[in-house]
Design a protein around this ligand. Structure first.
Ligand code: 4NP
Length: 153
């Protein structure tokens, strides 16, 4: 069973969008029961919080509901549970590699690189406007579609 963890800094802006769009595509493909999907933050400041209202709104504009997600921090056990641990930016990947056990370093990668072979980051929209959240949604959705096609050819 493929297990995918989407990771950003706070787990309130980018990774909940990535989790939401990937869940949506997996569900639409009738594969909801064959995947483990979650998201987490390298930081724990927002643990227990719902996604940023601007992420919830951006997803809602595209018909995706992420309002019931709650933030949590990455934990050691994640490196055993998830075989794909996808950082939104390079700092996320560096932070993940610092805490990943040596045997599971290869589970950590950059989301856009793994999904689309693009050495591109999903930029942090936290200090940006609503359009930035729409751009993050679109990037995540495109990458999520490619990732699903890769995992279920
Ligand atoms: P995220 O965005 O990593 O995409 O969830 C951020 C959320 C919160 C903060 C930074 C980035 N913050 O500094 O609280």
């Amino acid at each position: 069973m493929p297990a995918v963890l989407f990771v950003c800094l706070g787990n309130i802006c980018r990774s909940p969008l990535a989790e939401g769009v990937f869940r949506n595509r997996v569900r639409a493909a009738g594969l909801a029961d064959t995947f483990i999907i979650d998201s987490a933050g390298t930081g724990g400041w927002h643990a227990g919080d719902p996604p940023d209202p601007r992420s919830i709104a951006a997803a809602a504009r595209r018909g995706v509901d992420i309002s019931d997600l709650r933030a949590r921090q990455v934990r050691k056990a994640d490196f055993g549970t998830f075989d794909l641990i996808l950082g939104m930016d390079r700092q996320n990947v560096r932070d993940l590699l610092r805490i990943a056990p040596p045997a599971h370093q290869d589970r950590v990668s950059l989301f856009m690189q793994t999904a689309l072979q693009l050495g591109q980051e999903v930029p942090d929209p936290y200090y940006d406007d609503d359009r930035a959240f729409d751009r993050v949604f679109d990037m995540c959705d495109k990458a999520a579609a490619a990732l699903l096609a890769q995992l279920v050819p």
